[in-house]
Design a protein around this ligand. Structure first.
Ligand SMILES: [Zn+2]
Length: 406
C-alpha cells in the first residue's frame, strides 16, 4: 500500500456572496475529486488545537501527525532547519525580516513608521549583501545571522530566551516604538541595523529606482530547536516531502523525511504542478518510499491576495494537474494506495488571513468500493457527521489498521 497526502494550503473558505453563497471549493471545476469523493471517507478535521494560532506551521505539523501542543516551538526554528542552520539545544532562533521603515530625519528611531514587512519582496541576492554589512558590525559569539530567502532570514541567539516579539506584518503603518522588543539587546541591535542599512549604497540605489529601501532588521518568531521524532520511526513508513515552502521543508528535515526539490515549484499560482505530482510518483514507485506529502501553496496565497477567481483556479489546478496525475500514475503502475486531500486551515477570502475552523478532508482507498452521494466540500464534509477532534487523527486514519503507534 502507498500513501499520499495532497495538501491544498488554505483552500477551505466560507460561503461567498458573489458566488451565490458557495465556497471556492464548491465552485471550482474538480473532475477528479468529483469522481473519488463518492468512494471516499469524508469528514471534518480540527487541525488547530484550541488556543493556538492558525498558521501553516501548527496546522501542517498537525496533519503530519505531530501534535502542535507538544511539538511546536515556533516558526523560525523550523525555517532555520530548512536553510541548514546547525541549531544547538541552547540556541534560540529568531526570524530576521529585512523591513522598510520611514526615514524621517526629524524623528528618532522609535518614532519611525513601518511601511513594508518585505522591503518590496527584495531578492535573496540583494538581501545577502545588506545582511553582510549588518553582520560585520552586529555579529559576535552570541548572535549569528544566516541568509534565508528574499526578506526572510534567521538570527541565532546563543543561550537566548524565547521572548515575546511583534510580527512586522501585523503593524504596517504604525509607529514602531511600542512594537520594538522589550529586550534591550535586541532593541539596540534593531536600532543599529537601521543606522547601518539606511545609507547603504544598495538602498540609495533602491530609492533612486523608486523601490522600498530595505533599511532595518526586524526580529520576531523566537523559538527553540524543534525536537520532532522521526516520521519513519513513528509510523514505519518512509516519507518524502514535496513543497516549495521553507517551513514545510523544515518540518520534513526535523522529522527526517526526504525533501524533494522540484524545479519551477514556487509557491505561486504558476507553480510546477505536474512536476510535484511526478516527484511523488517517482519517490513512491521507483525510490521505495511509502508516503508522499504534496504541499501546494497557491490557494493560500490567492486567499491572502483576496482573489476569488485565482483561488478557484488554484483549486482547479490542484485537482486536474496534481490529484488526477498522481491517481493515474499509481493506477497505471497497478499499486494499491490511499490518498488524503485536505487543506491545513481555511484562508477565507473575506478576511484574507488564516482561520481556525475545522477543514474538510477526504480519504480515498483504491481497494475499497464505498459508494456515497457526496462531493468534496466544507458543507458536505460537515453533513457526514465525521468530526475528527485533533489533526493527528488524519494520518492515523490514512495509514489505517496496519499502524496504530502514532
Ligand atoms: Zn497554510
Amino acid at each position: 500500500m502507498k500513501y499520499v497526502i495532497v495538501l491544498g494550503d488554505g483552500m477551505a473558505d466560507r460561503p461567498i456572496e458573489s458566488l451565490g453563497g458557495k465556497t471556492p471549493i464548491e465552485v471550482a471545476e474538480t473532475p477528479t475529486l468529483d469522481e473519488i469523493a463518492p468512494k471516499s471517507e469524508l469528514g471534518l478535521l480540527h487541525t488547530i488545537p484550541e488556543g493556538m494560532k492558525p498558521g501553516s506551521d501548527t496546522a501542517n505539523l498537525s496533519v503530519l501527525g505531530y501534535d502542535p501542543k507538544k511539538y511546536y516551538t515556533g516558526r523560525s526554528p523550523l525555517e532555520a532547519l530548512s536553510i541548514g542552520v546547525p541549531m544547538k539545544d541552547t540556541d534560540v532562533a529568531l526570524r530576521c525580516n529585512i523591513v522598510t521603515l520611514t526615514e524621517d530625519e526629524t524623528l528618532g528611531f522609535e518614532d519611525q513608521t513601518i511601511l513594508d514587512h518585505s522591503s518590496g519582496e527584495i531578492s535573496t541576492e540583494d538581501c545577502a549583501v545588506l545582511l553582510k554589512a549588518v553582520k560585520e558590525v552586529l555579529e559576535d559569539a552570541t548572535f549569528q545571522f544566516y541568509v534565508g530567502t528574499s526578506y526572510r532570514h534567521c538570527l541565532i541567539w546563543d543561550k537566548g530566551s524565547v521572548v515575546d516579539l511583534a510580527a512586522p506584518h501585523d503593524h504596517l503603518g504604525s509607529k514602531i516604538g511600542e512594537f520594538l522588543p522589550k529586550d534591550e539587546v535586541l532593541r539596540e541591535m534593531m536600532r543599529k541595523s537601521y543606522e547601518i542599512l539606511k545609507d547603504h549604497p544598495m538602498n540609495l540605489e533602491r530609492k533612486k529606482k523608486g523601490l522600498n529601501p530595505a533599511n532595518c532588521c526586524w526580529f520576531w518568531g523566537a523559538g527553540t530547536k524543534p525536537t520532532l521524532s522521526s516520521f519513519e520511526e513513528k509510523t514505519g513508513k518512509k516519507g518524502v516531502m514535496i513543497s516549495a515552502v521553507d517551513l514545510l521543508k523544515g518540518i520534513a528535515i526535523g522529522s527526517s523525511m526526504k525533501v524533494e526539490i522540484v524545479e519551477g515549484a514556487n509557491g505561486g499560482l504558476d507553480t510546477n504542478y505536474e512536476g510535484k505530482a511526478d516527484a511523488a510518483l517517482k519517490a513512491l514507485l521507483d525510490d521505495g518510499y511509502d508516503f508522499a506529502y504534496i504541499h501546494v501553496e497557491a490557494p493560500d496565497e490567492m486567499g491572502h491576495q483576496g482573489s476569488i477567481e485565482k483561488k478557484i483556479k488554484a483549486i482547479h489546478y490542484l485537482d486536474t494537474r496534481v490529484i488526477a496525475r498522481v491517481k493515474a500514475g499509481l493506477e497505471k503502475a497497478g499499486v494499491d494506495y490511499r490518498m488524503a486531500v485536505l487543506p491545513d486551515h481555511p484562508t477565507p477570502i473575506e478576511i484574507r488571513t488564516h482561520s481556525s475552523e475545522p477543514v474538510p478532508y477526504l480519504i480515498y482507498d483504491s481497494t475499497k468500493e464505498e459508494s456515497h452521494s457526496y462531493h468534496y466540500s466544507e458543507r458536505e464534509a460537515a453533513l457526514t457527521g465525521i468530526d475528527l477532534s485533533a489533526g493527528p487523527m488524519l494520518i492515523e486514519r490514512l495509514l489505517g489498521e496496519e499502524n496504530q503507534c502514532l
